[in-house]
Design a protein around this ligand. Sequence first.
Ligand code: GRF
Length: 207
Amino acid sequence: MAYLKKISFDSEIILFMSNIAILASGSGSNALKIIEHFKKSKIADVKLVVSNKKDAGVLNHARNNGVESLVFENNIWSDSPDLVVRALEERQIDFIVLAGFLRKIPDELIEKYPKAMVNIHPALLPKYGGKGMYGINVHNAVKANGEKQTGITIHWVTADYDEGEIIFQTSAEVSPDDDAASIQKKVQKLEHEYFAPVIESIMKKNA
Ligand code: GRF
């Protein structure tokens, strides 16, 4: 799938902005960075934020930045995923970013967006992925195992949790003085620095 829509007109190439949707369940600090990054982009724009929680902090970031937001509560994701797919289609969404989205992604959605949906995981996959490995649990496990390094992984989304092909990883040192909270801070710093630029470069590469 090409994310960048372009037409040639005489010798000129006209680029149309692609539309990104962010799916998030939590505070949305990554979503905010991505929204801000793409305000300056010439290739894509964050058109929509979708959450499964009506009180998620990410919805405030959307509102404050003039981005449309939708809430589909948990039963919709499991019982009527076609409603989610339709909402994305109606808004001509080309690319989906999962930024702390804590629901299983319906197969219908994964099939609709092959190699057009990415997730960020707060560890160096394949370590510390899978069931229960989210939020502070990840960093507790990294600490408990005495790891010397942790980091972030940006990967394609497939039907299996955290198992899609890895696109990008970068790491941070874990020192003996670190606890789970300080490890989380280091990881979040990497997320905020790298996630948005990596998304943009993936989209450019697949144009
Ligand atoms: C991040 O740590 C991300 O790696 C994980 O969920 C968290 C979301 O944090 N998938 P925030 O809501 O963007 O602050």
